[in-house]
Design a protein around this ligand. Sequence first.
Ligand code: ADP
Ligand code: MG
Length: 590
Amino acid sequence: MKSGRIIKVSGPLVVAEGMEDANVYDVVEVSDKKLIGEIIEMRGDEASIQVYEETTGIGPGDVVTSTGFPLSVELGPGLIEQMFDGIQRPLEILRQEGGDFLQRGAEVKHLNRQKKWDFKPVAKVGDEVSEGDVLGTVQETPVVVHKIMVPIGLKGKLIDIKEGQFTVEDTVAIIENEKGKRELNMIQRWPVRQGRRYKKKIDPKTPLVTGQRVIDTFFPITKGGTAAIPGPFGSGKTVVQHQLAKWADAQIVVYVGCGERGNEMTDVLMEFPELIDAHTGESIMKRTVLIANTSNMPVAAREASIYTGITISEYYRDMGYSVAMMADSTSRWAEALREMSGRLEEMPGDEGYPAYLASRVADFYERAGRVICLGSDEREGALSVIGAVSPPGGDISEPVTQSTLRIVKIFWKLDYDLSYRRHFPAINWMDSYSLYQDKMDKYFDENVNEDFSKNRKRAMGLLQEETSLQEIVRLVGRDSLSDQDQLKLEVTKSIREDFLQQNAFHDIDTYCSTQKQFKMLETILEFYDEALAALDKGAYISEIEDLPVREKISRMKVITEDNLDEFENLKEEVRNDLRKLVEGGGTINA
Ligand code: ADP
Ligand code: MG
């Protein structure tokens, strides 16, 4: 293909002329340094290119050559446990080859070419196979079986299939169709800006259990669901994302970090391998792909990283897995869009973001969902996407938050006030919502306890009443409230502190099963019912507030998962203590 010449360099944006053979979204090599870029606009023979690497030292006259291919990722064994940059270069290799600074234009391979994988055939010679059919499997890590699938768009008769040790480039199968023979290895390429196809989308049905009480019980997410976590700096977005990466019951986790703080991704790098997945007993890295943009990487690479992440996620979804992708934070991606748009001198929309911001955000979240995958076995896959948003000053009326909220089904709103009071996770229970609530109520009622949603609604109702009661207290003081209302405030305080607050850094409290979540809330509500009955029979509110069992309720968070029977004793104690307060103890109707 004919090369063009640079006529202008503006930060990460390069304009080249003589590019009439190239197309929008083609990947290009810029200058003899072979920097990687992508054409984002064509005007006549002039191409505007966003460059994914530092452009210092590049100038007018330098050559630009189109590869003729769109920005793509390599999909195949070896993705899991890897840490990539925004355009899927393994960080480890970039570091080794380029010292601590990422080498520019380094022609690194995305997937390891040396490693041999044990390929076990599933399909047989003579089978008619088509897109998505599983040809064979590779044990990628102790917990992930990688399915080698017929690439999208291909079908034919299987005329050869191998068994044994192969690298990703070795031929493992040969398919024949009217166009001839096609040798297949274990690598598929896919353009990142295009969603991978599936048979059809189906409604999410099961929760993605996160082990975080305020999420699972109050604002649940589904396998295949979409959630946004907007919140100001320091309100706990990253901690929530980490908690999901560590604890959510997804089979595969893809974590895209867009580096709000310099050392944030380094923390992930150090911490994740140490963490043991409670579901498998292995390091969580054995099911995780990390994509990292440190703050010193060019903005354009951040823009690409979201797409690299979601394409890898879709690929594992296509194998029939439940995948969860976290993006922290999508605001950094939107800012990259804004910067490129500004340099292209496009007409700015709201707050300088391009007019197409909302549709880009929508297109991205549309790629989530629960689907019937391609392939004749009708397997089901799910991709949940959870995006953090960092609105400047925490003002959620800004364009990125607004366009995100228009498309996602779950809103976990992080509050500065709550985080300031060290109420973590600082998810505001009045403003947050989950549009999957009804469906998840049904699921939890059937699978955890028939009273699950009843209790949740009751607790939520009490918290709503709390707001107006607190207003009264502010105006005329607590003593003006009836004993019943004072009790209500005691109980809502308990719901907030003993249930909703959850310490991500506490060994036991960091994860809470839905069983335990149910029992914790049930205990608080049991206390409420017994206390109401005691008040009715003449007990004093001050006596109720001083009961030692209150202290025990505040410590129920640390009851371990293998010791949930403890809750029966605790409830027994609640009943006994409260009944003792009234004359002739134990006469309150049960
Ligand atoms: P953000 O990403 O919104 O800027 P972080 O996730 O980095 O905020 O959280 C800031 C700090 O808040 C953390 O370093 C931690 O001290 C505290 N924090 C957040 N969530 C929790 C939690 N669930 N449990 C305990 N501490 C938390
Ligand atoms: Mg953060």
